[in-house]
Design a protein around this ligand. Structure first.
Ligand SMILES: Nc1nc2c(ncn2[C@@H]2O[C@H](COP(=O)(O)OP(=O)(O)O)[C@@H](O)[C@H]2O)c(=O)[nH]1
Ligand SMILES: [Mg+2]
Length: 468
């Protein structure tokens, strides 16, 4: 399925964020902008890729603003069409007037992502790169931004394409042997082809691992703080967020609602959720808070299970903690956090030796002793959190992947596993194996958008901001 043809009308939008700013930009893209250029600037034409300082005129030849007009002639532009950028003063009214002038001169308001959509339809970007544009704009951390920039540069697409090409080559070997059904040829070819398919599966697996780490950077993770009242959950949230986000008092039941804060740890955007302490209560408001806590737990990726460090010495869990534990979803990964280590008579190290029993009881990945009051042990806790969410795979060559990409890679891997099984039988159905390889190749191609349905494009580009 080839791409649909790009539309031929002219689109315009304010490309800078709304509000006041030193500079604001209106961007226009279309097949022929000469009428619009002369209407706005009073000039017959503009030299391509040169900033021209000029007044911007309204229909009555009054000056609306003055600034830089920047013209990019097709196909050497972001969209592949003629593009005009009007750099004016970044005021709400000025920008609106400038945009309205462009609409008066025949442009229509661009939809979200429409500039990038045209860039895709004109082959300036593939689909994974277009998605990276939005991800770069939305990136919450520097690491995520770098990973998006790598995807935008085409690094991810190139690896996907390499895999797709290797698949084609292998499939051609199989198809060639179908054309010569001499048994001799079959028996020579098969081991080689089968080995190739195994290698390809491994390569997809490796790419998938890196893509998963990249998806983490994009989606972020939710970490929930749970435990009995007064163990120090709100104090820990404030520590992690480095602000007084939640109220801390010695009164049990202080936190009644869930409070969330965004933090960045190791470049990964994390949402930390503080919850109402889990206990039996008659207080109506606290009850609602506890219901919300369980809802927050269901949505979380990791739980920090806080207990008072003195129980580590006792090596048993109090009933309240045990009750919480019994309701925690079994699959929820958790770290045992022993808080208030500053109150312990023994040294922190000694306490650590008792923790293994409790780690087992709690089914925790590990335990960390901290004092939310003094900040002791906080670094170790942050390391443990990063470890638990699997950022070990985060390297400099990570690219920002989306769920759509992970799904495609997983599907391709599954089809190749099926093909491997087929080729391992004593009389493999080679037509079937060839078909499976073709399917895997098509699935990979959907990542870069070689085969892409119009509705998929609609979903992807509608999530962009206007003006991009
Ligand atoms: N000594 C000591 N007190 C703490 C520590 N963390 C919290 N607290 C105190 O324990 C009480 C309850 O803390 P809070 O954060 O509100 O607990 P939450 O109910 O689990 O949210 C407050 O008086 C805190 O000052 C700690 O590490 N050491
Ligand atoms: Mg609290």
């Amino acid at each position: 399925m080839p791409h649909p043809l790009p539309p031929s009308d002219t689109i315009a939008a304010i490309a800078t964020p709304p509000g006041r700013g030193g500079v604001g930009i209106v961007r226009v893209s279309g097949k022929d902008l000469s009428a619009l250029i002369s209407g706005v600037t009073g000039r017959k034409n503009l030299p391509p890729r040169q900033a021209v300082f000029t007044p911007f005129y309204d229909a009555q030849q009054r000056v609306l603003d003055q600034g830089l007009a920047l013209f990019f002639a097709a196909p050497h532009s972001y969209t592949g069409e003629d593009v005009l950028e009007l750099h004016g003063h970044g005021g709400v009214a000025v920008m609106r007037a400038l945009l309205e002038r462009c609409l008066e001169l025949g442009a229509r308001l661009a939809q979200p992502g429409e500039f990038t959509r045209r860039a895709f339809l004109n082959d300036k970007l593939d689909l994974a790169q277009a998605e990276a544009v939005a991800d770069l704009i939305d990136a919450a951390t520097g690491t995520a931004a770098r990973a998006a920039a790598r995807s935008l540069s085409g690094a991810f697409s190139a690896e996907v394409q390499q895999l797709a090409e290797a698949l084609i080559e292998t499939r051609m070997h199989i198809e060639a042997s179908l054309d010569f059904p001499e048994e001799e040829l079959d028996s020579v070819l098969d081991p080689f082809v089968a080995a190739r398919v195994v290698t390809l599966t491994e390569n997809i697996e490796a790419l998938l691992t890196r893509a998963r780490a990249g998806a983490l950077l994009r989606e972020g993770l939710t970490i929930v703080l749970i435990g009995a009242p007064n163990v120090g959950k709100s104090s820990l949230l404030n520590r992690l967020a480095r602000e007084e986000a939640a109220i801390v008092t010695p009164i049990a039941g202080t936190t009644r609602d869930t409070i969330a804060r965004q933090i960045a740890l190791g470049g990964i955007p994390l949402t930390i959720v503080d919850t109402a302490g889990l206990r039996d209560t008659d207080d109506a408001i606290e009850k609602i808070g506890i219901t919300r806590t369980w809802e927050a737990i269901e949505r979380a990726d990791l739980a920090l299970f806080l207990i008072d460090a003195q129980h580590v010495q006792e090596a048993t869990l109090p009933a309240t903690d045990a009750a919480i534990l019994s309701r925690l979803p079994e699959a929820m990964p958790r770290i045992l956090v022993c808080n208030k280590s500053d109150l312990l008579p023994t040294s922190v190290a000694d306490v650590g030796q008792l923790a293994p029993t409790l780690i087992n009881t709690v089914h925790a990945l590990r335990s960390v002793n901290i004092s939310a009051k003094t900040g002791d042990g906080l670094d170790a806790l942050e390391d443990a959190m990063l470890d638990a969410v699997g950022v070990a795979h985060l390297t400099e060559d990570t690219f920002l992947a989306r769920a759509r990409h992970l799904e495609a890679l997983q599907q391709a891997r599954q089809v190749l596993r099926d093909a491997t099984q087929e080729l391992a039988t004593s009389t493999p159905a080679l037509e079937l194996a060839a078909e499976q390889l073709r399917l895997a190749q098509e699935t990979l191609a959907s990542i870069t958008g070689e085969f892409s349905a119009d509705d998929l494009l609609g979903v992807i580009f509608s999530r962009f901001c206007i003006g991009k």
